[in-house]
Design a protein. Structure first.
Length: 200
């Protein structure tokens, strides 16, 4: 149980996406690749979920970026993800200076939370960028002070949607976007539907 009272053990992205058909599923040193979707690209997978980072890497990033404890606990279980052919993604932590392996697509790394925060946070003191939506690069931030989560259009300072905490964001959006794909990973709706609705 986290300090804000949310149970991150319940957020298992592998389980949350397990209803999609297993097609050439792979596991590498860095990630789980689930549901091959070759019509997107020859080596594309519907869901890529990254394995936990080394504890020292996570600890250093958590201290430097002031990652809220609840999101740090999430990253201990899965170090980010690229879900639904990158329609929804969560950033991960990388060892400083770690280079990408561009020769082996199955040794890929998560997108770096540090880079994303420096480039996209509308308020770097208060809001930490933790993920986003591939359709238009809408980014998602967690408030370091109260744990609320907000979605912002690029270069905008007014959120389009919010959630009470990171648990609700991950659970609600994973479930909602899952319904926009069939079991083989083919999108059933316009890609714009993967975005959260404007704030209520």
């Amino acid at each position: 149980m986290s300090e804000l009272g949310f149970d991150y053990m319940a957020i298992d992205l592998l389980r949350a996406t397990s209803h999609f058909r297993a097609v050439n599923d792979r596991e590498s040193e860095t990630a789980y690749f689930r549901t091959h979707v070759p019509w997107v690209a020859p080596l594309a997978y519907l869901n890529i979920i990254f394995k936990p980072p080394a504890p020292d890497v996570l600890q250093q990033a958590a201290e430097e970026l002031r990652i809220p404890r609840d999101w740090e606990d999430f990253l201990k279980l899965q170090n980010g993800a690229l879900l639904f052919s990158d329609d929804l993604y969560m950033y991960g932590v990388l060892r400083p200076g770690q280079l990408l392996n561009r020769e082996d697509g199955f040794r890929r790394l998560p997108w770096n939370i540090d880079d994303a925060d420096r480039e996209s946070s509308p308020d770097r003191d208060r809001l930490l960028v933790i993920g986003g939506y591939g359709y238009d690069c809408t980014h998602v931030c967690v408030d370091r002070k109260d744990g609320r989560v907000y979605a912002f259009k690029r270069r905008q300072r007014r959120p389009i949607f919010s959630w009470p905490n990171t648990v609700r964001w991950v659970r609600d959006e994973t479930a909602r976007i899952s319904c926009l794909f069939d079991e083989t990973g083919r999108r059933l709706a316009d890609e714009a539907e993967t975005l959260p609705r404007l704030t209520q």
